[in-house]
Every structure is written in structure tokens, then in C-alpha cells.
Design a protein. Structure first.
Length: 180
């Protein structure tokens, strides 16, 4: 009789230890979207788990904003579009959204031609910062209303304040309370 009551499938001479750090091999499009996210001023995390109960991972996340991005590379070959794989993908996306993550999905082509970056930028500006100023209806230039700043305003924040790009970002990070 064996001394080990729990036989291991495909056992080797010693059990392998799991390393604390998981090596991630990025696709070209994950790398490019990561560059785009850094250009927008954020630090991307790759292959991020957003649910402790499951091993699901998202291609790229911006944890500070709770934005998760999926890049679908197999759009023309089936990818996650068949049967059980599709159901698992929907479970992952829905669970992440129920946990407060905003999930954006892109194709390789959307990342490559810049549409994914433009979508992320617009989403971040409209959802977290405020609305970009296109024109001032009164004709007078709008200045940033941060004390000591005399730069022109780039945004009208959800709080109603005018802010230059630098101060709009600072106010977003400090989570300035809004009145709406």
C-alpha cells in the first residue's frame, strides 16, 4: 500500500511550488493598450483578477478607476463565442460589473487604430472628470478656478467648477464631492 493516500495525477518526483508572482506574457495589443493607458496618465495592471472567488482575469485594468478592459483577439476564429466559453465569459463580465467594475471590450483592430484609446479617454473624462469645454457661449475665456492658477480651463467638472487639465486630474484623484 502507498503511504500517500492522495495520489497526484501526473505526479513528478516532487510537487511543484507555485510562485508568488505569475509571469504574464502580453500580446502586442495588450502592450499597445498599456502604452495608451500610460499616455492618459494611469498605471495599467495586466491579467488582473477582480473577483476573489474565481480565477477570472481581465487583460488590462485601471484599478484606481475600477475599469477593466478585455481585448478580443479571436473575433474571426470563434474565440469566446461558442457554448460554455461564451457563458463563462458572460458570467465574468456580469460579476465584474456587479462588483463595481466598468468593463470595456475592444477588438485587436480597435486597439491598433486608436479607437480603444479614444473610447477610454472619453469614458474617463465624461465619467470621472467632467465634460470637456469646447466653446464658451459668452465668448470670454474661462479660467481654472483653483486658487493661484491662471491657466485656461479645459473642463467643467461635475461639481460645476472650471479646471485646467492638471487640476481636473487632481480633483478626480481626491474624489472632490459633487452636488449631483
Amino acid at each position: 500500500m502507498r503511504s500517500n493516500p492522495q495520489p497526484r495525477l501526473f505526479a513528478t518526483s516532487k510537487p511543484r511550488e507555485r510562485s508568488a508572482v505569475r509571469e504574464v506574457k502580453l500580446t502586442k495589443m495588450q502592450t499597445l493598450l498599456g502604452i495608451h493607458i500610460r499616455e492618459l496618465g494611469y498605471n495599467p495592471e495586466y491579467e488582473k483578477r477582480v473577483c476573489d472567488e474565481r480565477l477570472w482575469r481581465f487583460d488590462i485594468c485601471i484599478p484606481d478607476l475600477r475599469i477593466a478592459c478585455e481585448i478580443s483577439g479571436g473575433n474571426w476564429t470563434g474565440g469566446h463565442k461558442r457554448g460554455k466559453a461564451q457563458e463563462d465569459e458572460y458570467d465574468k463580465l456580469n460579476t465584474a460589473q456587479l462588483l463595481g467594475w466598468r468593463v470595456l471590450q475592444f477588438t485587436n483592430q480597435q486597439v491598433a487604430d486608436g479607437r480603444a484609446k479614444a473610447c477610454l479617454e472619453r469614458f474617463i473624462l465624461e465619467r470621472f472628470v467632467g465634460f470637456a469645454l469646447s466653446t464658451n457661449p459668452h465668448g470670454a475665456p474661462v479660467k481654472c478656478d483653483t486658487e493661484g492658477c491662471d491657466k485656461p480651463a479645459d473642463f467643467i467638472l461635475r461639481t460645476g467648477h472650471a479646471a485646467c487639465g492638471e487640476h481636473a486630474y487632481e480633483r478626480m484623484i481626491t474624489k472632490e464631492p459633487s452636488h449631483g
